[in-house]
Design a binder for this molecule. Structure first.
Ligand code: GDP
Ligand code: IMO
Ligand code: MG
Length: 425
């Protein structure tokens, strides 16, 4: 028992929520370490669907759920999510928030919305939840932290200082209305009353648990290719969703991390703007979207669909130091005929086995594919690896060979129980 990290290996929505829920059964703690309510993690229990944005996906289990120091928290979303879970009969007493986590304020959301629509700026296709502007304030040392909310005087001062500058931006640069200090202050005072008992220093809690050999599950949101340092910049999110994010986002030494578990969809999807080398345009892409029900859990936007990209797969394996891979949604590939796996890119006549830094060059990249035979059987009820169609096993084997990392679990449907366990995680 120890520190296990679950991360997305593509552009998000790989099924991390489902896998966290499966693993959380035996976990003592589940810790979110980055991102905010830009995440949408789906958990399905006996046909009942839960979409978790900010709360860790382990919340339906008994282990303590922690919103870690590296997360950005919109208190309204937090309280709404807690209320909606309680209404459905789930307990939430075991959810706590780090006093170091930064707070998303209304001006962050407003800025995110405005910047997405300014003509001369690059459109990222963000979730418009204020994530980027909140992280920007954190890095520029203007941010408001959960600890500040516990001291109203301090909160008032920081809010006043921030709002003054943001309102200048709103009125003078973007020519929109200013936000009102009193309205925000009163609104947030109400939230503070409701969340203050959950705000604690989570660092000693997590480290003590790891020192006592408890199982701590770190839940990544977003994914490899949305990482601020290593993704398709600037079409990325504003945090570090890779395994390294745990050390800065949860306050844990890398030496305490035992497993890096990468969740990989059997094909690829992406929401928002940015290059996508293996994207399938037209009818076939739509067919995958329909079968896989590929619509954003948070925004409802249709997800762009494409073949499995193992240039990205290898990159994710390396940068995260993955020990295990979980393949999800392979059931969606049943009956699609021949399947393709991208093994390299050709850009301006040169072959690439890795993801180049020049994001613009990815728009010119031609995928080099290996073609594999598909299968027609419905595999959604299969529990043992040996019962999978031979071509499905070949598809999985080929992934393992190319990324050089073992596949431990294969997910064949959205429900908690639709899994094939190949080796113990
Ligand atoms: P996350 O953001 O990585 O947690 O993934 P999302 O929840 O945004 O998107 C994954 C979607 O696929 C959700 O609707 C899940 O219920 C669903 N899902 C997860 N695993 C499987 C699977 O193995 N097969 C199928 N058909 N659906 C799955
Ligand atoms: P989960 O955890 C898929 C994408 C947005 C946009 C970019 C930046 O469910 O896998 P942001 O609002 O973060 O500034 O948007 O990142 N994005 C995601 N795409 N899954 C997610 O989370 C995402 N979180 C952000 O669509 O392209
Ligand atoms: Mg999602």
């Amino acid at each position: 028992m120890a520190g296990y990290v679950v991360v997305g290996t593509q552009w998000g929505d790989e099924g991390k929520g489902k896998i966290i829920d499966v693993l959380a059964d035996k976990a003592d703690y589940v810790v979110r370490f980055q991102g905010g309510n830009n995440a949408g993690h789906t958990v399905v229990v006996n046909g009942e669907k839960f979409i978790l944005k900010l709360l860790p996906s382990g919340v339906l289990h008994a282990g303590t759920c922690i919103i870690g120091p590296g997360v950005v928290v919109d208190p309204k979303v937090f309280l709404d999510e807690i209320a909606s879970l309680e209404k459905r009969g789930s307990k939430t007493d075991h959810v706590i928030i780090s006093d170091r986590a930064h707070v998303i304020m209304p001006y962050h959301i407003k800025l995110d919305e405005i910047r997405e629509n300014v003509e001369d700026r690059i459109k990222i296709g963000t979730t418009k939840k204020g994530i980027g502007p909140c992280y920007a304030d954190k890095i520029s040392r203007d941010g408001i932290r959960m600890a500040d909310l516990l001291d109203l005087k301090q909160f008032e001062e920081k809010l006043r200082m921030n709002l003054k500058e943001k309102n200048e931006l709103f009125t003078k640069i973007y020519k929109v209305e200013a936000l009102d200090f009193d309205t925000i202050f009163e609104e947030y005072k109400g939230y503070i009353e409701k969340i203050k008992h959950r705000i604690v220093d989570t660092i000693p809690i997590v480290n003590k648990a790891l020192n006592e050999n408890k199982l701590v599950l770190f839940e990544g949101a977003q994914a490899m290719m949305l990482d601020i340092n290593y993704g398709t910049y600037p079409y990325v999110t504003s945090s570090s969703p890779t395994l390294a994010g745990v050390t800065t986002g949860a306050g844990v030494s890398p030496r305490k991390i035992d497993k890096g578990i990468g969740v990989m969809k059997a094909y690829t999807t992406r929401v928002g703007e940015g290059p996508f080398v293996t994207e399938i345009h037209g009818e076939f892409g739509e067919k995958i979207r329909k079968i896989g029900y590929e619509y954003g859990a948070v925004t409802g936007r249709p997800r762009r669909c494409g073949w499995l990209d193992l240039v990205v797969g290898r990159y994710a394996t390396e940068i995260n130091g993955l020990t295990d891979v979980v393949i999800t949604k392979i059931d969606v590939l049943s009956g699609l005929g021949k399947l393709k796996i991208c093994v390299a890119y050709e850009i301006d006549g040169k072959i690439y086995n890795y993801v180049p830094a020049d994001t613009q060059s990815l728009y010119r990249a031609k995928p080099i594919y290996e073609e594999l035979d598909g299968w027609d059987e419905d595999i959604t009820q299969i529990k043992n690896y040996k019962d999978l169609p031979e071509n499905c096993k070949k598809y999985l084997k080929r992934i393992e060979e190319i990324i050089e990392c073992p596949i431990s679990v294969v997910s064949v449907g959205p429900d908690r129980n639709q899994n094939i366990h190949i080796r113990e995680i």
